[in-house]
Design a protein around this ligand. Sequence first.
Ligand SMILES: CCCCC/C=C\CCCC/C=C/C(=O)SCCNC(=O)CCNC(=O)[C@H](O)C(C)(C)COP(=O)(O)OP(=O)(O)OC[C@H]1O[C@@H](n2cnc3c(N)ncnc32)[C@H](O)[C@@H]1OP(=O)(O)O
Length: 329
Amino acid sequence: MDAYKSSVDFAEATAFLSHACYEQDKMALRATLKNKSILSGLLSRLSSCSSHGRVCVSPVLVAQRRNNSTSPKLKVDFNQSTGVAVMHMQNPPVNSLSLGFLTEFCIAVEKLEMDKSCRGLILTSSQPKVFSAGLDIMDMYGKKLEQYEEFWRAVQEMWLKLYSSNMVTIAAINGSSPAGGCLMSLSCDYRIMADNPRYSIGFNETQFGIVVPVWCKEAMTTIVGHRNTELTLELGLLYNPSDALKIGLVDQLVPEDQVLATATKTMTKWLAIPDHARRITKSMMRKPTIDKIMSIREADMQQYISFISKDSTQKMLGTYLEMLKKKRG
Ligand SMILES: CCCCC/C=C\CCCC/C=C/C(=O)SCCNC(=O)CCNC(=O)[C@H](O)C(C)(C)COP(=O)(O)OP(=O)(O)OC[C@H]1O[C@@H](n2cnc3c(N)ncnc32)[C@H](O)[C@@H]1OP(=O)(O)O
């Protein structure tokens, strides 16, 4: 119940925030994620804001590893006439899901969700060859406990926002999409991937000693079944596009230069279905998983913090990071 309440509060806060200016949005939401206890204060400050709806929060810029700039990590192109928004992820070099990215992502989805004229969302990447490299390992490595908590809350929120969206959501996967990147696309209604054998998608976590959260396992099972999920998660498998298609991890492969166009065409088909019927059906399909996750949200947080802060986990992450860097050098 508490977990549910905290999510409702979060939704209320982000709803208020959607009227505030962009950079201030991010700071306020970051603060909300950091410490839920400031939420009531934040809400009362918001309700006493000027008619411009500006949030009066002093600037606290949290430096990210290579993303200490305030340049947007997402570009959203919303076409009023079709009701479709295309969200381009642009967090170089590999669209890793850093705290900054996740915060921006949650605000952007919330804003689109509140705009009744927006009925469809296409998620794609502006980075060459990569859809998303998954969670930013730098946010899971060598940090303080409260930073792990803040990060994980943002991860949970991203998943919930996308998985429970009323919009039609299509992942236009125009590059590799390991781990958290795969989770992001699995949260969408439909997945179209570039047919390039150099790209991969799946969950490689166990290969470097970490474990996906239970809600990721649940969501994956509903899509590819128990056996494929078991094999993928235990062995930390990444699939090339044609193998991913075989197990149903993606729905369609198209030539690389047609990913976005196909997503747009597919969206038109989905949007031809009466909204209310589609939405109720989506909710009917996904609500049991969402309810289950909400009921264990705080336990999931504690499990994450305890797992990620273990010396042995940190050691493995350190080794993996070194390996990723050596690959280039
Ligand atoms: C029982 C309790 C359970 C509790 C839960 C516990 C744990 C929770 C885990 C949650 C589940 C999700 C986990 C994740 O998502 S972890 C991230 C996993 N992702 C990966 O392993 C992908 C790693 N990256 C790659 O494979 C490649 O980078 C690539 C995406 C295929 C792109 O290749 P390429 O274009 O060749 O780029 P580079 O490899 O050269 O990378 C460029 C620079 O980017 C850095 N990098 C890459 N990935 C990440 C990342 N995920 N986070 C941070 N940084 C990343 C890489 O080091 C290079 O940096 P450099 O320029 O400084 O050398």
